[in-house]
Every structure is written in C-alpha cells, then in structure tokens.
Design a protein around this ligand. Sequence first.
Ligand code: FES
Length: 141
Amino acid sequence: MGGLASSLPLVLAACSETTDTASQTSSVEVPPPPPESIDFVEVGKVTDLENNKALVKENFAGAPLLVIRNPKDNSQLVAFKNECTHKQCPVEWKADQGELVCDCHGSKFKPDGTVVNGPATSPLATYTVKIDGDAVLVKAG
Ligand code: FES
C-alpha cells in the first residue's frame, strides 16, 4: 500500500505536464485573427462580380445579399440586404439603368440604396464591404 501511495503524485504530475505542453503548442500555432477581419466573410470573387455585374448570395446573416460596383465610384462596392423595404421581395441590379428594381410592385432604388420611387419608402439596408485581392468581403455586423 505504501508503494501505491508514493507513486500516485508522480502519475498526476506526468498527466499535468502533457496537458500543459499540448495547450501551449496549439496557442502558438494558431494566432488570433487581426481585430478588423473578425466579422468579414468572403461572399465571392471580384472576377465573378465583374462578369455578372453583381454578386448574389442566398443567405448572408439570415437574408439574401446583393453586391454591386458603385457606378459613381468604380473603386467602391456596395453591399445590400437583398430585400425590398416594401414587402421584402428581392431587388435586381439593372446596370444599364443604374438602378436597383423590385419587380413585385415597381419600387426603384439608387445605387446607394435610397428610394427613387415607391411604393417602398425606406432605403435598402447596406453592409460594409471591401476587396482583398480577388475576394469580396462583407461584414455581417
Ligand atoms: S415588395 Fe418591392 S415594391 Fe413591393
């Protein structure tokens, strides 16, 4: 009995050393992301945006998403919650007209989301968007 009792602390010490080493190794190998990139999510490629005049994602933060290039400043993108503010139908980017159009009841919006004509009375909700290389990144929050 005395032999078992005297070897027990050695076993416990060996277990705690293994656990400490494993946790130190994982924290060194996986550094936390920089604070500014935590909420940004890649939603597509710039090349796809250029080819299709828009990026559409069916579910982003619980709603459809539409990203277009700002026709007044070609270096900027604009990302919208793709729900008309009248009765939540999706809107479509009409690049040739320079407007977002809702086919349900005819509302039209400027490229910044403000209303051109109703029945919608409120602007489209927007998200912060940026380009990183060929990736289009949108901030969910
Ligand atoms: S839902 Fe868009 S105009 Fe009615």
